[in-house]
Write a protein that binds this ligand. Structure first.
Ligand SMILES: [Fe+2]
Length: 315
């Protein structure tokens, strides 16, 4: 255990940790594994510094937190010849999605979201490693739902706690409906994103609570602007305006941490608690990012049709 060097993420953020000293050897030790899981639960995201950069290490680290989820999305999985479960979420130069807003054109930008909001089962976590990054930009932002809930006004805390949000996988990139910059423009859509978008039209929508409570009592504001499609039971212009206002309230109070990657890092975040965003980079560059996904389910999501059945059932 004394081989681990555990520090706060920054002096300013009430979440996150940095840990040095994790190796494939000690990641097999049950005391070390439990310590890493405890820090993960408590702090919500961990930057593992100066860690071996290999698929074996990424799998060994991911396994500490749970079994990997295999994505059956064509073009996303990398066949390592050993195990499935690593996906490449980067893009080669010139091939990524390019957008423009706030007067700047950028490749690889992904708005604030939690992963898999558009299905009932929320995976536990993601583990990222960068094989290559552009010379500047390419940062990943993390916003803590515990921090955001606590920073909301009591009025908005109560309002948010009464809402369930509908998510639709189709509402990505050019179809995002909520929380968009006014001057946002799509310049180029990555081929894989186009394929995903087409394939997702008929996928049924899901619902997740806007606020949920962890077993340790903290309330989490957990609203993904990306892929949000309305408020369950209030799919009206008033309901849409309320969701947009909630998202703007959330943007106003969030105090995200932006990670400036080193190629000696790996990073895990709690997908039940955090939103994340990719800041993007100059479109002349590419980026190679590898993600493993940890299986899980917090048990609070459902399909919209199930939500409607429950809402219609007698109390
Ligand atoms: Fe993501």
């Amino acid at each position: 255990m004394n081989t681990l060097d555990i520090r706060p993420l920054t002096d300013e953020h009430p979440f996150g940790a940095r840990i040095g000293g994790v190796t494939r050897d000690n990641a097999a030790d049950e005391d070390v594994r439990q310590k890493l899981r405890d820090v993960f639960w408590d702090r919500g995201m961990i930057v593992f510094e100066d860690i071996e950069q290999s698929e074996d290490m990424q799998f060994a680290l991911s396994d500490v937190f749970g079994p990997p989820q295999v994505y059956a999305i064509k073009g996303l999985s990398i066949d390592t010849g050993k195990r499935q479960g690593i996906i490449n979420i980067g893009a080669r130069e010139g091939e990524g999605t390019i957008v423009e807003f706030d007067g700047r054109r950028r490749a690889g930008h992904v708005p604030w979201h939690f992963d898999a909001c558009y299905v009932p089962k929320l995976n536990r976590a993601g583990v990222l490693r960068l094989v290559s990054n552009p010379p500047e930009g390419g940062m990943t932002g993390f916003a803590d739902g515990v921090q955001m809930y606590q920073a909301l006004s009591p009025e908005w805390q109560a309002k948010a706690a009464s809402l369930s949000v509908i998510y639709y996988q189709y509402n990505m990139q050019q179809n995002q409906r909520f929380g968009m910059p006014d001057d946002w423009q799509l310049i180029q859509l990555q081929e894989m994103a186009q394929t995903l978008s087409e394939a997702s039209k008929d996928i049924p929508r899901s619902v997740h609570p806007a606020v949920w409570e962890r077993k340790t009592g903290e309330k989490v504001l957990h609203v993904s602007p990306w892929q949000a499609d309305g408020i369950a039971g209030q799919e009206t212009s008033e309901g849409d305006a309320l969701l947009e206002e909630l998202i703007q309230q959330m943007y106003a109070v969030m105090k995200p941490y932006w990670h400036d990657w080193k190629t000696t890092d790996m990073l895990i975040w709690d997908n039940w608690r955090f939103l994340h965003s990719a800041g993007g980079y100059d479109p002349q560059y590419g980026r190679d990012v590898r993600r493993t996904t940890i299986q899980g389910d917090y048990g609070l999501g459902c399909l919209l049709e199930e939500w409607k059945d429950r809402a219609a059932a007698p109390a």
